[in-house]
Design a protein around this ligand. Structure first.
Ligand code: NAP
Ligand code: ZN
Length: 350
């Protein structure tokens, strides 16, 4: 039997989030059910609430950096038991058979990836509702095991921010001898600094904020550049092998393509709603590449969690109560967060 739970969502782009009643499906044989403990606030949640991409279906309940505790398991579930920590990121289902799914790239499923929030729900009908809610029900195959992090709230942002930067850093072979630039130091960017450093790369931060230049070394960067300062930018000309671009709004990408090394790559992970213009000479010169990356598959997400646990990597978070969520979204919009909000979802029940 479906059951009704509380969630935080909104009916339109112009209204604040409020408490809504939503339904979770009855447990199936391969499902696990969890009480949600923590859910991080990603800029993609803000894009979705504001309908930045013109594709939001309301009411929307965002949230896709979910850590919970298992409360029930279906008859066929083998890897989880009641009481375990468990996590859900962006992906909760896919066809499992197409060429992308066969390569564990469920984010590119050719039939259609079911996201934890705001996509059609092939099992229950309607749209999926995300992690700003009391419970989640997910197929075991798409549920992540949480390694032994000392702070589970600070580990929650790894479920989206972590995998979104780990996957391209690995794909483009960040490591010893490589200079990795991290562009935009928000939720994704600050985790990218830590992961790139742990992979052995020389890490350079590019930020519009002097405060973040000052904070960059504490986060693990070797060097930091105020990107609005032309002299500081010029000092890096031809040096950056991999630039991870996490900027959420339209920006001058040519400035950053231009400082790539020969054969260097700029990987877009940020999703500015407007198109970006690229000057041809900024890529033909230096045989440079402009590329992109989208979250990561389930197997790679589990690998990333193990990597972060092993290297003691979590996010720097501000833990808030459910009734502070609208204030948090307003602050995220202004760039006023160091560096990720995480909602203590137990406070929604109180
Ligand atoms: P965030 O915490 O808001 O950080 C974004 C950062 O971008 C800001 O801290 C700021 O960095 C910089 N920035 C923002 N506006 C800017 C502007 N107008 N000009 C220059 N820099 C600007 O956001 P997030 O949660 O890290 O997410 C970042 C982006 O990644 C969003 O678009 C989100 O939707 C997207 N995303 C993509 C994926 C994927 O799979 N591809 C997954 C998750 C999120 P400084 O203050 O350092 O300049
Ligand atoms: Zn996200």
């Amino acid at each position: 039997m479906q059951h009704e739970i509380k969630a935080l969502g909104t009916d339109s782009a112009s209204q604040p989030l409020k408490v809504l009643g939503i339904h979770r499906r009855a447990l199936r044989a391969d499902d696990i059910a969890m009480d949600i403990l923590y859910c991080g606030i990603c800029h993609s949640d803000l894009h979705q609430i504001k309908n930045d991409f013109g594709a939001t279906t309301y009411p929307v309940v965002p949230g896709h950096e979910i850590v919970g505790r298992v409360t029930a398991v279906g008859a066929e579930v083998k890897q989880f038991k009641v009481g375990d920590y468990a996590a859900v990121g962006c992906i909760v289902d896919s066809c499992g058979e197409c060429p992308a799914c066969s390569r564990d790239l469920q984010q590119f499923c050719e039939v259609g990836t079911t996201l934890s929030f705001g996509t059609p729900d092939p099992i229950s009908g309607g749209m999926t509702y995300g992690g700003f809610s009391q419970t989640y029900v997910c197929r075991e195959k798409y549920t992540l095991k949480m390694p032994n992090f000392s702070d589970m709230a600070a580990a929650a942002p790894l479920l989206c921010a972590g995998i979104t930067v780990y996957s391209p850093l690995k794909h483009w072979q960040a490591g010893a001898g490589k200079v990795v630039g991290i562009l935009g130091i928000g939720g994704l960017g600050h985790v990218a600094i830590k992961i790139a450093r742990a992979m052995g790369a020389h890490v350079v931060v590019f930020t519009t904020s002097q405060q973040k230049v000052d904070d960059a070394k504490r986060l693990g960067a070797h060097e930091a550049v105020l990107s609005t300062n032309n002299d500081q930018m010029a000092a890096f000309a031809g040096r950056v092998d991999i630039m991870i671009d996490t900027v959420s709004a339209k920006h001058n990408i040519n400035q950053f393509l231009n400082i790539l090394a020969i054969d260097g790559t700029l990987v877009l992970v940020g999703i500015p709603p407007e198109p970006l213009e690229i000057g041809a000479f900024n890529v033909v010169k230096g045989r440079r590449s402009f590329s992109g990356s989208n979250i990561g598959g389930i197997r790679e997400t589990q690998e990333m969690l193990e990597f972060c646990a092993e290297h003691g990597i979590t996010a720097d978070i501000e833990l808030i109560n459910a009734d502070q969520i609208n204030q948090a979204f307003e602050r995220l919009e202004k760039g006023d967060v160091k560096y990720r909000f995480v909602v203590d979802m137990k406070t929604l029940s109180a």
